[in-house]
Design a protein around this ligand. Structure first.
Ligand code: HEC
Ligand SMILES: [Cu+2]
Length: 384
C-alpha cells in the first residue's frame, strides 16, 4: 500500500500491474458469478457442491482468459507498427524466469483443484444415513424405477417416474437391460453410466421440491433422444407416502380381470415398451417397433397366417422369443423378456406376461378380445 500511495502521482508500472491484477480477479469473479445463471436449478445437496467447484474453475479460467486476451489487446495497441515503420520487430528469446513462473503457477492451481475435486467426489459419493434404495433399469428407450415394499418381500412398486421427497437421501442401484446408458439429472448435477452386465450406483439428496427432467446421456440407439423420464421431489414424506401407498394398494388388490391388470402393468412403465412402440390408448409414442394401435386386428388377419400360431401364442412368443418372427420392415431390436430369471434386467414373470397378452388381445376397433384366454392360461401354466 505504501508503494502504491507514494506512486500515485506518476504512472509507476507497479501501480499498473496491481490495478491490472485487481481487474483480472474482479473479472474472474464476475464471470464465476454470472455464468451459472443459465444452469438448471440447484435441487440437491450435491448440486451446491458441484456448482461451488464449478465457480472456482470459472473464476480461475475467467481470470486467465482476461489475462491472455487483455495482454493480446494491449500488445496489439501498444506495440503496433507506427506509420512508416518498416523495420523488423525485436528478436526475443526464451526467458527462464517467465517460463518457470508460468509452469509453476498452473501446477499449483491444478494441484489445489485436484484436492478440492477429490473432496467433492468423496463427499457426494459416500453413503448417507437412512438412504432410500431405488433400483433403476435403463432399457432402450425408457427408464424404470423400482421400490421395495416394507413387510412385503415379494412386492415391488414400479414406476416410470422417480418419486422422492425433500431431504431424503437416495441410492440409485442401476442396471441396463440391453446396451450402455447414462442416468443424468441436470437439476441434481448427477450423471452415472449404466454398464451392460454390471451394477452401478449413484447417490444424491434432493433439497428443492419440484418436477425435473431425467435424461439418458449415452447415445444408445435411434430412440436415444426420447429416453427421458421425470423425477418428482415431493415437499415432505407425507405427500410422498400418499403416492407410494396408492401404488402398494394397487399391488395388494390386483384387479381380477387379466385385461385390466395387463393395462395397469403396461401403463405403470415397469416395462420399457413405451420407448419403442406407439399406443395411443396408453400415451406411448416410440417408433423403433411397430405401431401397436389395432395390434389385435393385425395379429388375427396376418400374423396368424404368417406364423401358424394362434393369436395368444403369437403374442406370447413376441414377448419371450421376439427374434423368432420379425415383423416385416423391422430389425431384431426388441428385448427378449425372461420368464424364469428374477435377476435378469428384462425379467417378466409369467403372470405379468399373461395379463399383458390378455390386454394386447383387445387392441382392435371394438375392443373385443381376439384370443382364447383359457388357452393362454394353459400356455402360461406350462411355463411356470
Ligand atoms: C427396444 C425396442 C423395443 C422394446 C423396448 C419393446 N419392443 Fe416390441 N418390438 C420392437 C421391434 C423392433 C419389433 C418388431 C420386430 C419383431 O417382431 O421382433 C417389436 C414387435 C413387437 C410385437 C409384435 C407386433 C406385431 O405387429 O406383430 C409386440 C406384440 C410387441 N413388440 C410388444 C412389446 C411389448 C408389450 C413391450 C414391452 C413389454 C415391447 N414390445 C418392448 C421393439 C421393442
Ligand atoms: Cu439410453
Amino acid at each position: 500500500m505504501d508503494a502504491e500511495r507514494s506512486n500515485t502521482t506518476n504512472s509507476s508500472p507497479v501501480l499498473w500491474i496491481i490495478a491490472a491484477f485487481a481487474l483480472l480477479i474482479l473479472g474472474g469473479l464476475l464471470i464465476a458469478e454470472t455464468a451459472p445463471l443459465i444452469l438448471p436449478p440447484e435441487a440437491s445437496a450435491e448440486a451446491q457442491q458441484v456448482d461451488n467447484l464449478f465457480k472456482i474453475l470459472l473464476a480461475i479460467g475467467g481470470a486467465i482468459f482476461l489475462l491472455v486476451q487483455g495482454a493480446l489487446v494491449f500488445s496489439v495497441i501498444r506495440f503496433r507498427a507506427r506509420p512508416g515503420d518498416k523495420s523488423d520487430g525485436v528478436a526475443l528469446h526464451g526467458n527462464a524466469t517467465l517460463e518457470f513462473v508460468w509452469t509453476a503457477i498452473p501446477a499449483v492451481i491444478v494441484l489445489i483443484l485436484s484436492i478440492i475435486s477429490f473432496q467433492v467426489w468423496v463427499s457426494t459419493t459416500s453413503a448417507k444415513d437412512n438412504e432410500m434404495v431405488v433400483n433403476v433399469t435403463g432399457a432402450r428407450f425408457t427408464w424404470s424405477f423400482s421400490y421395495a415394499v416394507p413387510d412385503h418381500e415379494n412386492l415391488k412398486v414400479n414406476s416410470s417416474t422417480l418419486h422422492t421427497y425433500v431431504g431424503q437421501s437416495l441410492k440409485m442401484v442401476m442396471q441396463s437391460a440391453d446396451v450402455n446408458h447414462a442416468f443424468y439429472i441436470p437439476a441434481m448435477r448427477i450423471k452415472q453410466d449404466l454398464l451392460v452386465g454390471r451394477t452401478t450406483e449413484i447417490r444424491f439428496t434432493p433439497t428443492l421440491a419440484g418436477d425435473y427432467p431425467v435424461f439418458c446421456a449415452e447415445l444408445c440407439g435411434s430412440g436415444h433422444g426420447s429416453m427421458r423420464a421425470r423425477i418428482v421431489v415431493h415437499p415432505d414424506e407425507a405427500t410422498y407416502l400418499s403416492w407410494f401407498d396408492d401404488e402398494v394398494n394397487v399391488l395388494l388388490n390386483p384387479p381380477a380381470d387379466p385385461v385390466v391388470r395387463g393395462q395397469q402393468i403396461l401403463s405403470s412403465g415397469q416395462y420399457p415398451c413405451a420407448g419403442c412402440h406407439t399406443l395411443t390408448e396408453l400415451g406411448w409414442t416410440g417408433v423403433t417397433g411397430p405401431n401397436q394401435n389395432g395390434l389385435a386386428d393385425r395379429v388375427v388377419k396376418t400374423r396368424v397366417a404368417a406364423t401358424g400360431l394362434t393369436p395368444e401364442e403369437y403374442l406370447l412368443h413376441s414377448l419371450y422369443h421376439p427374434s423368432e418372427y420379425l415383423v416385416p420392415g423391422f430389425g431384431n431390436l426388441m428385448p427378449q423378456f425372461q420368464a424364469n430369471d428374477p435377476n435378469a434386467p428384462s425379467y417378466m414373470p409369467v403372470e405379468d406376461m399373461e395379463a399383458i397378452v390378455a390386454y394386447l388381445c383387445t387392441l382392435e376397433a371394438s375392443g373385443e378380445n381376439v384370443c382364447n384366454l383359457d388357452n393362454l392360461q394353459s400356455l402360461a401354466s406350462q411355463l411356470k
